[in-house]
Design a protein around this ligand. Structure first.
Ligand code: SF4
Length: 497
């Protein structure tokens, strides 16, 4: 029986490197693919960055023919040999039935520079494998490769002039580093072809399903996995928790509830173990009160929602910079009165200045500004101060007055249903189930808030949808700060559970 001929692409080789079963499923069971929203967003960003990389070479030529790759191969070889050599986008090569399209191919005195364009802030290990596959195919097809590089986002870039993205991409020359990977391609490609020619590989789910990408076949492969135990030892947080979990696993314990009473752990991990074993929450009311007693009134419970673009959209901003488009603030006065205010801008224009001004209108010159994980709010406030020097003294004063509820919770409270997480999204349903985020419509976490923002400001979004998103965002962010108010109150009063 003759073996069927197998054609592979760079992305199929990448899939094989993650997991042979993934390559097989991508070949025969595309119907089972399920990409999450985060992955879709990564694809979109990749297209945006790729298009900027092309704009930065205005004399470049795009090899089209996405649907007729034999034409793309022909056009590439014609352009490679013409006297006027120009940068090529999507130059196409085939070798040993592997086909690659090179993001950027730049003529140099001693050959062609292959550039892989990535939307990350640094070079990752899997980028080098991608680059090696391209070099292996291109060299095999007869190209003289002078250098092999990864172009990635330079997070120091600042967008200062409309449409000018020079400097957005930094280039890392990895020619020497990838040589062993290039040499391994022959063997790798042969193994990938054998996988495609065989039956679906019998590979169980594991850590490889999430690294370097979250695999789109997880729902398929994981459907027969046994349900996870309710309180696995791996919920123990931090590095110390990881070490303790490994020790407990090695001793034969998978669930914290099964760990015998004579087994003890260090410090805060013991609290988690006890609370999980007994089902009784740990709460040190005196400790909470002592910590909160230093927080001056009025107390401003404050939270930002931000959006970050890989390709900066507003002048004065950098790649991945968190730009606040929303905040919520619940103010608690010494007599117990509570009021709420906030800010939300879905115009699509740079929201930072108006946001900063509203902060200064809402937060007075005295009183603690309460956050949950203060580092994020502090860096946003400092970012606003850096952009608007006239507002800087007052913004920096607010940043100085930040206090943090997270370490108070971490030190003085634990309920086993938090499963090792001190995120307010996990603490709230355990402590105050009536305030759970699960009841929210649409936006229920920070990532969803970013996506909602991007959808709302998109020109094709109808006004009624934008209005709905506005309501969802407003409700979500208000819950974030109200949750802090109630949590601080509940923990200091020591009521049940
Ligand atoms: S879900 Fe895991 S086991 Fe299944 S194909 Fe993907 S990486 Fe392989």
């Amino acid at each position: 029986m003759t073996e069927k001929r197998v054609f592979l692409s760079k992305s199929k080789i990448t899939a094989f490197e993650q997991c042979p079963r993934r390559l097989w499923l991508e070949t025969y069971r595309k119907d089972l693919i399920h990409y999450d929203d985060a992955r879709q967003a990564i694809f979109q960003t990749g297209h945006e960055v790729g298009s900027i990389a092309q704009q930065l070479h205005p004399d470049g030529v795009l090899i089209g023919h996405d649907d007729a790759l034999h034409l793309a191969l022909e056009q590439t070889s014609e352009l490679l040999f013409q006297a006027d050599r120009r940068p090529l986008f999507e130059a196409t090569f085939a070798y040993e039935d592997v086909l690659v399209r090179v993001d950027l191919l730049i003529p140099e005195a001693d050959g062609w520079r292959i550039c892989e364009v990535k939307s990350t802030a640094s070079v990752k290990l899997y980028h080098l494998s991608d680059l090696a596959t391209q070099v292996w195919v291109a060299v095999g097809a007869g190209l003289t490769v002078s250098r092999a590089c990864v172009q990635h986002i330079d997070s120091r870039f600042r967008y200062d002039q409309i449409g000018d993205y020079r400097g957005l991409l930094a280039e890392a020359d990895r020619t020497q580093e990838i040589l062993p990977l290039v040499n391994s391609r022959q063997h790798l490609v042969a193994a990938a072809k054998m996988t495609v020619q065989g039956a679906e590989p019998d590979i169980a789910t594991g850590a490889h399903c999430a690294s370097p990408f979250s695999c789109p076949f997880y729902a398929h492969c994981g459907k027969d996995d046994p349900p996870p135990t309710a309180y696995p030892v791996e919920v123990l947080p931090g590095q110390a928790g990881k070490r303790a979990a490994a020790g407990l696993r090695a001793a034969g314990y998978g669930d914290l509830r099964d760990v015998p009473a004579d087994v003890t752990l260090d410090g805060p991990l013991q609290r988690i173990l006890d609370a999980t074993r007994t089902g009784e929450a740990y709460l040190d009311v005196a400790g909470v009160r002592a910590e909160l007693s230093g927080w001056a009134f009025p107390r401003y419970y404050f939270d930002f929602e931000t959006v970050a673009f890989t390709v900066p959209r507003w002048l004065g901003t950098r790649p991945f910079e968190n730009v606040p488009f929303q905040f919520s603030c619940h103010t608690v006065h010494e007599d117990g009165a509570v009021s709420h205010d906030g800010f939300l801008d879905l115009s699509g224009e740079d929201p930072a200045r108006a946001c900063a001004e509203k902060i200064l209108a809402v937060i007075g010159s005295v009183g603690a500004v309460v956050t949950y994980s203060a580092g994020f709010e502090r860096s946003c406030l400092r970012g606003l101060a850096a952009r608007f020097p006239d507002l800087a003294p007052r913004l920096l004063d607010i940043a100085e007055r930040l206090v943090d509820l997270l370490p108070v919770v971490r030190e003085h409270y634990y309920h086993r249903d938090m499963r090792g997480s001190y995120s307010i999204k996990d603490v709230l349903p355990a402590r105050l189930p009536e305030l759970s985020y699960k009841a929210l419509e649409g936006v229920a976490d920070g990532r969803a808030a970013q996506e909602a923002y991007k959808e709302a400001v998109h020109p094709v979004t109808p006004p009624e949808r934008r209005d709905a998103l506005y309501r969802q965002l407003w409700t979500y962010c208000a819950l974030d700060t109200f949750a802090m108010v109630r949590l601080a109150q509940s923990l200091s009063e020591g009521d049940t559970p």
